[in-house]
Design a binder for this molecule. Structure first.
Ligand SMILES: Cc1ncc(COP(=O)(O)O)c(C=O)c1O
Length: 416
């Protein structure tokens, strides 16, 4: 057995990871055209309109509304489906803050359901257990490119007459039983921040199918202005609060060029992730991320789990040994479940007040504390996260596999 790099042996990852340029002539040309319009305002220019048209077409949906971020797109979706003060929204505890920010800004209450131990997505059984007469929506996070169990979630939504918003910030071009995620619930949301499959620096997209929902989403992203009306006075007839989450023409321009690359980026990430799974699935003490039969992940990252007893090594030691082999990785993902963040534990969203939890529109006592979603907590304490990038090659994948195999075999045989 070869000596671990951690103990002075040779590294398993011998070559540099593949790299490449995300932005090129295509983006430059689009940006030039945007600037030549002499306006960067979406309603006057053509770029954001084109971005919306193209994105909706790629997804086979009626309409898209471009926004300023993924967080904004989720807030828009929640406002669009009618989430308001005192409503509960059920969501995932392993996610970015961007998932829950919009819930709180609507003065609604995030309720966290537990996850499946292997897909890291919402467990429909736990979702159903969390439903109350205050539940307005389920906000499904498709984590790391992997589709959540949408049939079961949609069935629950129909049974209790609640809305479904899909957070696809990490899941472009991911398929659930042949359907693109983001097209299954009432509204689909995407992010164009710089870490995502495609980037416009920042930005977001909202997907809807029917005109009425489209008009609501459009207005919610733009101060509730009614820009469709022929009567100029009607534009500012405002009947409820909505923020300004508009995308600028510069973001739209870059977004158009990035959309042309999206399918190929997702295909390469898919192939890379699948290759890693194939290469490590038989290892003792390791469980690979589960992509349910018939689904397709676009692997925003790759996260596997360690069973410390079977692997004969702690998760943290495994992570260190893997890093020493030349494979950058992270022990875990976010530092704790979102409900364990101070803001939730102390119910301090709007500083110095107990809103929205203490508002008269809610009138219930809930608690956010460690132990709320045991499986999610266990996932975070046993996971190892690898970077996936569309410029990584199959040789990179094979060397990463060799590194993981080397570390796993070393500790599991040492245990015997
Ligand atoms: C699952 C998820 N939801 C929402 C967001 C928020 O997106 P943005 O950073 O564009 O606001 C992110 C971004 O990291 C995310 O990963």
């Amino acid at each position: 057995m070869s000596k671990l790099a951690l103990f002075g042996g040779e590294k398993a990852k011998k070559t540099e990871f593949g790299t490449g340029k995300r932005f090129g002539e295509e983006e430059l040309q689009q940006l030039k055209e945007a600037l030549e319009q002499n306006t960067l305002f979406y309603w006057s220019g053509t770029k954001v309109k084109e971005m919306n048209r193209k994105f909706a077409e790629m997804y086979g949906m009626g309409y898209s509304v471009a926004t300023s971020s993924g967080t904004a797109s989720i807030h828009v979706a929640l406002g669009t489906v009618g989430v308001t003060a005192g409503d509960e929204v059920i969501t995932s505890p392993i996610t970015d803050m961007g998932t829950v920010i919009g819930i709180l800004y609507q003065n609604a209450i995030p309720i966290f359901a537990d996850l499946d131990p292997h897909t890291y997505n919402l467990d429909p059984k736990s979702v159903e257990e969390k439903i109350t007469d205050k539940t307005k929506a389920i906000l499904v996070v498709h984590l790391a490119g992997n589709p959540a169990d949408m049939d079961a979630i949609m069935e629950i939504a129909r049974k209790y007459n609640i809305k479904v918003v899909e957070d696809c910030a990490q899941s472009y071009m991911s398929y659930y039983k042949g359907k693109l995620v983001g097209t299954i619930g009432d509204v689909g949301c995407f992010s164009l921040n710089d870490f995502k499959h495609i980037s416009a620096g920042d930005g977001g997209m909202v997907l809807v199918n029917d005109e009425e929902t489209y008009v609501k989403a459009f207005r919610f992203a733009d101060k509730n202005y009614n820009r469709f009306s022929k009567d100029p006075d009607a534009t500012r007839r405002i009947d409820f609060l909505a923020p300004n989450y508009r995308m600028s023409e510069l973001q739209g321009a870059v977004g158009i060029a990035q959309l042309d690359k999206l399918e190929s980026i997702c295909e390469r990430r898919h192939a890379y992730g699948e290759r890693i799974s194939e290469g490590i699935k038989d290892l003792p003490g390791i469980s690979i991320p589960k992509i349910e039969e018939g689904n397709k992940s676009s692997y925003w990252f790759y996260m596997f789990r360690i069973n410390e007893e079977e692997a004969g090594v702690s998760r943290n030691e495994f992570s260190k040994a893997l890093a020493a082999e030349g494979v950058p990785n992270q022990a875990g993902y976010i530092p704790a479940c979102v409900y364990e963040y101070d803001m939730f534990k102390n119910k301090n969203a709007f500083d110095g007040t107990d809103a929205p939890w203490g508002s008269k529109y809610y009138g219930r006592e809930i608690e956010y504390k460690t132990g709320l979603c045991p499986t999610a907590e266990e996932i975070l304490s046993t996971a190892i996260r690898l970077v996936v990038n569309e410029f990584y090659t199959m040789e990179d994948a094979d060397e990463v596999i060799q590194a993981i195999r080397k570390v796993a075999n070393y500790y599991s045989s040492e245990k015997k």
